[in-house]
Design a protein. Sequence first.
Length: 211
Amino acid sequence: MYKRYLAEESKGSQAKAAREFITALEQRIRADETRKAEEARKAEAARVAEEARKAEEARVAEEARKAQEARDAEDARKAQDGQANDPDVHRVPEGPVDSGEGGGGGMRLGGMVVGGAGVLALGAGVFYGMKAKSISNELSEPGAPFTDARDDEGKAANQTMIIATAAGGALIVGGAVLYFMGRSKGKRGESTAIAPMIVRDGGGLTVRGGF
């Protein structure tokens, strides 16, 4: 409207004021356009930075996942390499082998060692049996708080008691047998070896010899 006024009345009484108003208006419009362009530029820069941050986080997470998979694979390989033919059987190194030349002294010594290990295992069985009974009594009390963790602890103690007692009994019997075999041994050239064997639900002994 002001531009049309100037076109028609370029020398009118309000021409100067109209020109000044038009100049100020155009400056304000340019300033608004510049501000909007700057805001758009900043918004675009922020969007690009956010996308870059997300991409970096995804890259770091992927590298961590691959590293964890590599560790799991290495752990599995080591476990497989160390696994025996029967994963439920763990053999204790064999006791001393007596050649017969010492009159059975080595066998008697081995019997005492094996028997002593059996006594220790029985002691452990008694300890864990008392612990399992104590936990059972505690959880059986009227109004006593029941937790799965405490119940599992009692079950684990009971299972350990069973294994330790079974293994201890087997070791004591095996040690006695080995000891008396050493006492009665008279022939030269005899050789005997006893190896304790511990399995998941108990224990036993393997005897190997030549006569």
